[in-house]
Write a new protein. Structure first.
Length: 420
């Protein structure tokens, strides 16, 4: 049964194109059932994120164009409008692609872990829609297992490669544990939101989020269980912060040397880490001259990020080796399905012969025959029955010079080569 993965991502399509072909999560069950209702589609799953939209299908014919046609028609696109941005991975390529995506090797940020959760959500949506069968179920289970193996056996996700992650990693280096500490985040954009999540995941005890618009800060603290304040309130709370991370679009500094100096005195000179991610800077450079202040800018974080990238790139090479091996393993399982009908037919044939000989043995016992003799006769007759067809076929192969068939028989029956 052909397997195919078709889609586009941040490398093949710009944002306006990705926006046009995104699938709304609340409509996925209906969309999946519509796709699976097509004559040649037996199983289907859809992964739709901000960076990619992909369809994974099992087909009863080796032609992925039927999926592309459906994809185009669903999004009301003209012929040729989406094709330049699409990639198609058939069979083994589809397996390898899904393993790479789940392991973060195909992500915008190498090794990022969020994609695995998104794939799990896509799998659950397809299961709930009833569009996952034996093959996709096995593929997704294998994918989750391999992604976990890569996380365990390599350092693909161990090193920081984003500014927010680098800032939090720096905080962990300075404070060793974030438990019992307070962080003040200034701004409410994506970087601050990501920093807030990383801090929460690493055990920060308290989060304060300051923003020019209080409503935006309040929206963000709902997700991380923090306190929202305005920029004007920063001097009131600054002394409580062990960690300050700032990222606003302000053209002028938010924090000056005087405000920080007063906060340090109020803290009785307990150290404070300040990370200024903004460009232009939110914190006056003169703050770095104060005792007990550790001020870092986005350029200072670059070394941490670059080192993290180098580490992840080395880990990615190990991950690729694991994926190559696990792709072949899955394809071996897939090919083994072709033998199922043959195995079943052979077993049915053997069981029918067994039942026939067993009935004969029962009749002999009922007629008073010696049990040992009956058992010996049963063993002989059953062996003869099971071996007869095979030996007859091997004799014919020898007569016809089919040495390839004889070699295959030796391999199947695990027989030693007579020349050895």
């Amino acid at each position: 049964m052909p397997l195919v993965a078709i889609g586009l991502n941040h490398r093949t399509a710009p944002l306006p194109v990705r926006e046009r072909v995104a699938f709304p999560p609340d409509r996925l069950p209906t969309i999946l059932r519509d796709l699976a209702s097509h004559a040649h589609v037996s199983e289907a799953a859809i992964l739709s994120t901000c960076n990619r939209t992909e369809v994974v299908c099992c087909l009863d014919q080796p032609d992925g164009n039927i999926v592309i046609d459906w994809f185009r028609e669903y999004h009301k696109l003209l012929p040729g409008e989406i094709e330049p941005y699409l990639y198609t991975h058939p069979d083994q390529g589809a397996v390898k692609h899904l393993l790479r995506v789940a392991s973060g090797l195909d992500s915008m940020i190498l090794g990022e872990p969020q994609i695995l959760g998104q794939i799990k959500d896509a799998y659950l949506a397809a299961k709930e829609a009833g569009t996952v069968g034996k093959l996709l179920n096995k593929l997704f289970e294998h994918t989750f297992s391999v992604a976990k193996q890569i996380r365990t056996d390599t350092a693909i996700g161990a090193s920081p490669v984003s500014v927010a992650f680098a800032a939090v990693s720096l905080a962990k280096q300075i404070f060793s544990s974030l438990d019992g500490h307070t962080a003040l985040l200034i701004g409410a954009g994506d970087t601050i939101e990501l920093a807030a999540r990383h801090l929460r995941e690493n055990g920060i005890s308290r989060l304060i989020i300051a923003n020019r618009t209080l409503a935006r800060a309040e929206n963000l603290v709902k997700a991380v269980n923090g306190l929202a304040i305005t920029l004007a309130e920063i001097p009131t709370y600054l002394a409580e912060a062990d960690i300050v991370i700032s990222s606003t679009a302000s053209q002028l500094p938010i924090l000056g040397k005087g405000a920080v100096e007063r906060a340090i005195k109020a803290r009785r000179h307990r150290p404070m880490l300040m990370v200024d991610i903004a460009v232009p800077r939110d914190i006056e450079p003169e703050v770095s001259a104060l005792n007990d202040i550790y001020l870092y800018t986005v350029d200072d974080l670059k070394e941490i990020i670059d080192e993290g990238l180098r580490s992840r790139q080395q880990a990615a090479l190990q991950a690729e080796d694991i994926i190559d091996a696990q792709t072949l393993r899955f394809m071996g399982w897939l090919r083994s399905l072709d033998a199922v009908s043959t195995i079943r037919a052979y077993r049915d044939h053997a069981e029918a012969q067994r039942e026939g000989e067993l009935e004969k043995a029962r009749r002999m016992l009922r007629s008073g025959a010696d049990p040992d003799r009956v058992i010996a006769h049963l063993a002989y007759a059953l062996t003869n029955k099971l071996a007869h067809d095979l030996t007859a076929q091997m004799r014919r192969a020898g007569f016809e010079g089919r040495n390839d068939l004889l070699r295959a028989a030796r391999e199947l029956l695990d027989l030693k080569d007579p020349d050895e």
